[in-house]
Design a protein around this ligand. Structure first.
Ligand SMILES: [Zn+2]
Length: 313
């Protein structure tokens, strides 16, 4: 299965560019997403309209019902609200962030879109914020591997558990019977405590799941809880190679996550780390259908955007 996922074609850049090579095409695509199933005036609830353009050339529907005349702007209420950039550039940024296995760095985006570095940075943050807000609500189930890890600091990995200049996080991955990873959940923690693990489990892990962990004390939550079957491996005892093999899926995932963040996104500050986790998780959990990813993201950008993200934090 893993191979099939890696070999997925996704959407080629050339096809995507052809599909969205003008502002009109981008607008008409968003128009279909927003009003394709029928127009309702946001002010009066009327359904009659005629189309018009602002002096900047942006599409709006003028309400014709009840003498209302309200301008319903296409981009209001979407993640593109009040943008001064061409939609074409936004669409491409979304393409790169959803199709690339490792997303795209700010500098790379800057070069590819011919925008300023600050602009590229803000675009990324806005797209990541939407990915974060759409954190898949489903819980991991059946077979789950869980592990504690650290990002940053001098020594990554287990040897430095508890060091202060690192960000601790929990990673859990559900797998099929053969151990292939299905979905992932990631969450930064202050430290690894039973209470922290309990909160994570309550939110992300379905009751009745079989949970596999190492012998970290905080994971004893699973042994003490009636909601999970806990399988604990003391990594320093027995056949180490076999032990490592048991946790191959989660070890690989954590390594990929670290290389994603550290590889093309240099020096991620702690406040952004959670967004990079969200971006990684978003792509990973939807990787079975790479081709549908941009369309799914655009649907979200029109219907679920909170539009209050300025990037200033
Ligand atoms: Zn109206």
């Amino acid at each position: 299965m893993a191979n099939n996922i890696q070999k997925q074609k996704g959407i080629s850049l050339i096809d995507f560019l052809e599909r969205f090579d003008s502002e009109e095409k981008c607008e008409s695509y968003l128009e279909k997403l927003k009003w394709g199933k029928g127009f309702i005036c946001s002010k009066c609830g009327g359904t009659k309209y005629y189309k018009s353009k602002t002096k900047n050339g942006r599409l709006f529907y003028r309400c014709k019902s009840n003498g209302c005349k309200h301008r319903n702007h296409l981009l209001v209420g979407t993640m593109f609200q009040s943008t001064k950039l061409p939609l074409k550039k936004w669409f491409l940024a979304i393409y790169f962030m959803t199709q690339g296995k490792k997303g795209i760095s700010t500098l790379d985006l800057m070069r590819k879109l011919n925008v300023k570095e600050d602009t590229a940075h803000l675009m990324k943050l806005k797209i990541m914020a939407l990915m974060e807000s759409r954190g898949d609500g489903t819980q991991l189930e059946s077979l789950i591997k869980i592990d504690d890890a650290y990002y940053g600091g001098k020594h990554e990995g287990k040897s430095g558990r508890g060091s202060e200049n690192k960000q601790a996080f929990l990673a859990a991955v559900s797998t099929d019977e053969e151990g292939h990873p299905l979905k992932v959940k990631l969450k930064p923690l202050k430290s690894f405590t039973k209470a922290g693990v309990a909160n994570f489990a309550k939110k992300f892990l379905a009751k009745g799941a079989k949970v596999f962990s190492d012998a970290l004390n905080a994971f004893n939550f699973f042994s003490e809880s009636e909601d999970y079957e806990h399988y604990r491996t003391n990594m320093s005892k027995g056949n180490k190679k076999e032990n490592y093999k048991k946790f191959n899926s989660i070890n690989t995932l954590i390594a990929n996550l670290k290389s994603f963040i550290g590889g093309i996104h240099h020096c991620v500050s702690e406040k952004y780390l959670v967004k990079y986790f969200a971006e990684f998780q978003y792509r990973f959990n939807r990787r079975f259908d790479l081709k549908a990813l941009p369309d799914r993201f655009f649907y979200t950008s029109v219907h679920y955007s909170t539009c209050n993200y300025s990037g200033k934090k």
